[in-house]
Design a protein around this ligand. Structure first.
Ligand code: 89V
Length: 340
């Protein structure tokens, strides 16, 4: 297998997990890292033995004609300009979620990549979590009959701003940051969306954006799905960073509970299965399931980079972005938004 060389753009919190995720897959070399604050890039360079460090992305690309792709994990407003830079230089792109800071930018990223004939993938990892893959398998087995109703919850009081302080300043917070994941889960499990209605709230007075969102979706299949997310929820058991999912079907239900436990209930009773993720030594224990799923997501993207099918392409993730920005529109206008 041909070894692929890549550069990482952005050496903040997520690069500590994105880079070792790639290195788990073998046949990959991180040649260079860029960050606008060079000291941060140097730190990550030392940690992961990256030979070339830059505070100028143009220079990085100019100096490294041997790159195969770039992994963009900078703040969201730079996703479009960095995608443009990489695409115009013929490099394939892997970009952190949310894809862009608005729908026009997301569409433009896709257009630029198509125009320059380079591949674009979004590092959307929640759908790669081991319990969620197991959940889908059980659903697809038909054991609970025809699904008609679901609920996806990501409600927590986890102090997310300690690791990602910039999230305090963003105008669009929870729908963009967490909704990108939960709405993508909805599409992954239940297919495309017909209509949605959303309400948001800001509970934490020290942040700029919304920290609570409730969305009711009607899927093309007819199933209704309630998606709720909150960083203002002080609950008996904090489930961060797990998404809890309940699905009801004509013959029973499936519940993905805290601690990676799946409960299948039919007329015969309830069967419990524990679906633990693989734990890598470099994961942050507060984010285990999310960081572990990075490897499976990147393995699939690597397939895509090598010319095979991958799930979280730019074109696919644009549909998730349409749900995120459709939810903002619904909350703003207090109206139902039609997707199809
Ligand atoms: O993946 C993310 O963007 C993180 C979360 C904690 C939701 O996993 O913000």
């Amino acid at each position: 297998m041909q070894k692929l060389n890549f550069a990482v753009f952005g050496t903040g919190f997520w690069s500590n997990y994105q880079i070792p995720g790639w290195l788990e897959l073998g046949d990959l070399k991180c040649l260079a890292a860029y960050n606008r604050t060079i000291e941060k890039a140097k730190k990550i360079g030392e940690k992961f033995d990256i030979p070339f460090i830059y505070d100028n992305p143009e220079k990085l690309i100019k100096n490294h004609g041997d790159l195969d792709f770039v992994d963009i994990c900078t703040n969201v407003e730079t996703h479009l300009p960095l995608t443009k830079l990489a695409a115009e230089n013929g490099l394939d792109i892997v970009c952190q979620k949310p894809m862009a800071g608005n729908l026009d930018d997301a569409r433009e990223m896709l257009r630029i990549c198509n125009h320059n004939d380079v591949k674009l993938f979004i590092n959307e990892n929640f759908r790669w979590q081991t319990p969620i893959r197991a959940f889908k398998k059980i659903m697809d087995s038909g054991e609970i009959g025809k699904p008609f109703k679901a609920r996806i919850s990501f409600c927590t009081a986890f102090p997310v701003f300690e690791n990602q302080p910039f999230l305090k300043e963003v105008e669009h917070f929870i729908l963009a940051d967490v909704g990108s994941h939960t709405l993508d889960l909805c599409r992954f499990l239940f297919g495309e969306v017909d209509t949605l209605y959303c309400q948001t709230a800001k509970i934490n007075p020290t942040i700029k954006g919304e920290d609570v969102a409730s969305i009711l979706l009607k899927m093309v299949s007819g199933l209704t799905c309630f998606v709720e997310m909150s960083y203002a929820s002080r609950l008996e058991k904090d489930s961060f960073p797990e998404a809890l999912i309940l699905l009801e079907g004509s013959h029973g239900s499936i519940y993905l509970d805290h601690g990676y436990e799946i409960k299948i209930t039919t007329k015969k009773g309830t069967v419990k299965k524990s679906v633990e993720p693989q734990i890598y030594p470099w994961v942050n224990p507060e984010y285990t399931i999310v960081h572990s799923s990075i490897v499976d997501c990147q393995r699939n993207i690597l397939e895509g980079l090598r010319g095979n099918r991958a799930e979280t392409t730019g074109a696919d993730n644009l549909k998730t972005a349409e749900l995120v920005w459709g939810s903002y529109r619904s909350a703003e206008t207090n109206e139902l938004v039609r997707l199809q």
